[in-house]
Design a binder for this molecule. Structure first.
Ligand SMILES: [Zn+2]
Ligand SMILES: [Zn+2]
Length: 349
């Protein structure tokens, strides 16, 4: 394992920048906020850890690219920011999550509330769930894993037609696996950043996905008719677990982060780190490093402590089951909860 430890000064410039106006802008943060942001620059920080590379198949060795500091994010003329009249993130559920409509609705409502806390200050709204058939998208059976897959580009075309006028962006979410083109095995998601759209699948976050006994493998490999969507009726979807919820929340906020123009993070451990495989996505933390936090804060304008409080509130709101609803499985968020408490107490000091 390799630890990528950047010198303190490199991290400081990545966070604060070398442009005079951006240094002035940075000084608008309160003393406590700056203390939190700068805590991550110090080796041995209690809140932020250096990036670790575990193998050549990890993201950084396989995608060498220049890291994006705050200044290059801020100066990018093509970056999308929420603006007056375009402050809503829309989520479009495609197909079902868990068994039955009620569970789907509850699951995506948890995701919606999580995103609303993460992008504190923006509204996150659900569009009514649609069936796979109503998207009219092309589908296939994967040659290796024998599960059903939807054509990601077709889904983006569908979302484009659905995008409300006041949207900052629209994201499609599904439990069915995706593929971008015939020659590709699969894709976790696909986005059109210029148009503020993305579609993401959580199918491969099922612990069993790669096992031979995966219930989503089709028994028969007979040729499917392109217009016959009945194969999606009662098709397997992963059981709702705390780990699945944790992975889904991380993926969704990571992907929406890209729509804001935030690139893969190489500074510190961060939810915006790139990931090539499940083990690597599981390693990344659920929240932003100081550099990416400043990027998001500048784009959205929240008070840092309010955002942490909202995320903590979302976790604490779990565990309680109300009539007809099961409790939100937040066990996987325990470490995150403790981390949020530490951040909040530093901001109060
Ligand atoms: Zn990414
Ligand atoms: Zn980061």
């Amino acid at each position: 394992m390799q630890v990528i430890e950047h010198p303190v000064e490199t991290l400081r410039t990545a966070l604060v920048s070398s442009r005079k106006d951006l240094i002035e802008q940075y000084k608008q943060y309160s003393k406590e906020e700056r203390k939190l942001l700068e805590d991550g620059l110090q080796p041995g920080s209690a809140l932020f850890n250096p990036v670790t590379v575990h193998s050549d198949s990890d993201w950084i060795p396989s995608h060498p690219e220049a890291p994006q500091d705050f200044q290059s994010f801020f100066s990018n003329p093509h970056r999308r920011s929420p603006s007056k009249g375009h402050k809503t993130i829309y989520m479009q559920t495609i197909g079902s999550f868990g068994e039955g409509e009620d569970i789907t609705e509850q699951y995506v409502e948890w995701l919606r509330q999580y995103c609303q806390a993460f992008y504190h200050g923006l509204a996150v709204k659900l569009l009514p769930t649609v069936t796979v058939a109503s998207t009219g998208c092309t589908f296939r059976v994967n040659n290796n894993t024998y599960n059903l897959q939807l054509h990601a580009g077709d889904l983006l075309n569908f979302l484009k037609k659905k995008k409300p006028k006041d949207a900052f962006c629209i994201v499609g979410i599904t439990m069915i696996d995706l593929y971008p083109r015939d020659s590709w095995n699969f894709v976790f998601g696909q986005a059109s950043l210029n148009e503020g759209m993305g579609v993401f699948s959580f199918a491969r976050y099922d612990d069993n996905f790669y096992s031979r006994s995966y219930p989503g493998r089709l028994k028969s490999t007979k040729k499917l008719h392109p217009d016959d969507y009945t194969v999606f009726q009662n098709y397997y979807t992963p059981p709702i677990t705390s780990t699945l919820l944790f992975r889904s929340c991380k993926t969704l906020t990571h992907e929406i982060g890209h729509i804001f123009g935030i690139k893969h993070c190489q500074w510190l451990q961060c939810v915006m780190q790139g990931s090539n495989h499940l083990e690597e996505s599981d390693r990344r933390p659920p929240d932003l490093c100081p550099v990416c936090l400043r990027k998001l804060q500048t784009a959205v304008g929240f008070k840092i402590s309010d955002r942490y409080e909202a995320l903590l509130g979302w976790i604490e709101d779990g565990g309680r089951s109300s009539e007809g609803h099961s409790a939100k499985p937040t066990e996987a968020f325990l470490e995150y909860k403790q981390w949020l408490c530490k951040c909040i107490s530093m901001l109060e000091a």
